[in-house]
Write a protein that binds this ligand. Structure first.
Ligand SMILES: Cc1cc2nc3c(=O)[nH]c(=O)nc-3n(C[C@H](O)[C@H](O)[C@H](O)COP(=O)(O)OP(=O)(O)OC[C@H]3O[C@@H](n4cnc5c(N)ncnc54)[C@H](O)[C@@H]3O)c2cc1C
Length: 264
């Protein structure tokens, strides 16, 4: 690792000011991605601004037909929250299958979606449920948030504060985990909401995406059979040592079918 300053602000305002006055600074939450990145010398920030001491960033509440989760909520908090388990069990289930216990007790919702790893689980729930991401300066719709591999709509110095997940009528998440890391080889989040059916796929491509053909089929008939014969084009999917694009395309259909069955 290179040398850097470690700063621990007590408020969002202080965090933003420190960001502006510290050259190439980076925010750190659970450190589950950032610390390995620094260890491998893939980033060289001049300062790490720890968001962990900022009050009010990690709460979970149910309000106005939605579950509102603070960006600093740990994966384990979401997995075990009675409110989340009751209102959106699919979201608690997803959180309970991220990584291993150490990762779940340190990693945060905000860190996961800010990072937008192509194989991360939370982006599928955020996009699949049509969530809204509140930051220090605005509210961003899920459809506008994930812009590419490890890229989001966040501006420099913008901090995610909370995510609002509308409670769906039915939802489920199914992933085929990489056996080593537990990241998604392919994960599919299916939600039947008041506004229609949403299907979000992670792990398969450079960034999470909506599977519109499946959404249309499930809008007509929300059954596993409705997606069972939909073949996803492999053209734009990831191909690596873990699996070919064709394999991932096949997994999208299998996971979608299982997710719809689980949603029932
Ligand atoms: C062994 C291992 C296995 C894992 N397995 C999985 C898995 O199966 N599924 C999965 O989804 N993930 C997995 N992860 C990732 C983990 O879930 C973390 O959530 C993720 O790495 C980032 O969260 P973090 O809080 O640790 O963020 P950090 O590492 O602290 O930060 C990541 C990035 O987000 C930015 N950031 C953090 N918080 C905010 C905020 N509030 N506003 C704006 N920017 C912010 C930081 O500046 C940094 O750029 C795994 C990680 C490890 C180490």
């Amino acid at each position: 690792m290179y040398q850097f300053n470690y700063l621990r602000p007590k408020s969002l305002d202080e965090a933003r000011k420190l960001f502006e006055s510290n050259g190439d600074a980076k925010f750190i939450a659970g450190g589950q991605t950032l610390i390995p990145t620094l260890k491998q010398r893939l980033a060289q920030p001049t300062a790490l601004i720890d968001l962990g001491a900022i009050g009010g960033l990690a709460g979970i509440k149910v309000a106005g037909g939605a579950v509102v989760i603070g960006a600093g909520a740990k994966h384990n908090d979401v997995a075990t929250s009675a409110d989340v388990l009751k209102a959106i069990p699919a979201l608690a289930h997803l959180a309970s299958h991220i990584g291993d216990p150490a990762v779940r007790h340190l990693g945060t919702l905000g860190g996961s979606i800010a990072n937008n790893d192509p194989a991360a689980d939370y982006p599928a729930a955020v996009l699949g449920l049509g969530a809204e991401i509140k930051t220090t300066s605005r509210t961003i719709k899920a459809d506008d948030f994930f812009t590419g591999m490890f890229e989001t709509a966040l501006e420099d110095g913008e901090i995610i504060t909370e995510i609002t997940f509308p409670v769906p009528e039915k939802a489920a998440y199914m992933k085929f985990p990489n056996p080593a890391s537990r990241y998604a080889m392919v994960g599919v989040f299916v939600a039947k909401t008041k506004g229609g059916v949403r299907v979000a796929v992670t792990g398969a491509a450079s960034s999470v995406f909506r599977e519109r053909t499946m959404e249309a089929a499930l809008a007509k008939s929300f059954t596993p059979d409705a997606v069972a014969n939909i073949k996803v084009a492999a053209g734009n999917l990831n191909s690596d040592l873990h699996g070919t694009a064709e394999y991932r395309a096949h997994l999208v259909t299998v996971m979608a079918k299982r997710a719809v069955a689980a949603a029932h």
